[in-house]
Design a protein around this ligand. Structure first.
Ligand code: GRF
Length: 200
């Protein structure tokens, strides 16, 4: 008997290029999964626009809509339950995911980080800061990491990692673009790996 399609939620705050890469990779790779929800703290971001254009449900959730962080967390869990989400993919989500949500999706939540964790992870290491830090440290290579999410930032089990070179004359922006291109191939591969692990 065929197993049901794994229902994915993506959490985004920005352009959503990783979301789009995963969306297109699912049929190409023949993955038994579908993105059924895009959740964002920014209703008009590129990711939400892409979801609307592709008939994917969108949910705009921010702490400000609730009286407390706990209520916000509970609403997020309920929303994921309502949409019968199996796996959550963080793809450029710039807010802290509440612990209650992380706990509800233990081993079922992935994040992509634009560096070779455990280096250049943790507090303050997001966006262009990461690439600036890599260049300042004089590294000869950087890359991308897809990892499982647990309570500690950027510290869950690493699922896949890929390297890219740091080139002479690199600026943080040039390096970011090279890493992002690598992310677009890595995230679908990591999802494929997680799906295989869960069905083995
Ligand atoms: C990526 O670099 C990702 O590693 C980081 O945020 C960026 C998201 O870009 N967490 P996009 O929204 O997927 O284009």
């Amino acid at each position: 008997m065929a197993t049901h399609k794994t229902r994915l939620a993506v959490f985004c705050s920005g352009g959503g290029s990783n979301f789009q890469a995963i969306f297109h990779a699912i049929p190409k790779k023949g993955l038994n999964a579908e993105i059924v929800l895009c959740l964002s703290n920014r209703s008009q971001c590129g990711a939400m626009e892409f979801a609307r254009q592709n008939d994917i449900a969108t949910v705009h959730l921010t702490e400000k809509q609730f009286g407390s962080f706990d209520e916000f967390a509970a609403a997020m869990v309920s929303c994921l339950r309502e949409h019968r989400i199996d796996i959550v993919l963080l793809a450029g989500y710039m807010r802290k995911v509440p612990e209650a949500v992380v706990a509800a999706f233990a081993d079922k939540m992935l994040n992509i980080h634009p560096a070779l964790l455990p280096k250049f992870g943790g507090e303050g290491m997001y966006g262009i800061n990461v690439h600036t830090a890599v260049l300042q440290a004089g590294e000869s290579e950087s890359g991308a990491t897809v990892h499982l999410v647990n309570e500690e930032y950027d510290k869950g089990r690493i699922l896949l990692q890929r390297r890219v070179p740091v080139l002479p004359g690199d600026t943080p922006e040039l390096l970011a673009a090279r890493v992002l291109e690598c992310e677009h191939r890595l995230y679908p591969e990591a999802l494929e790996k997680l799906l295989a692990e869960q069905h083995s």
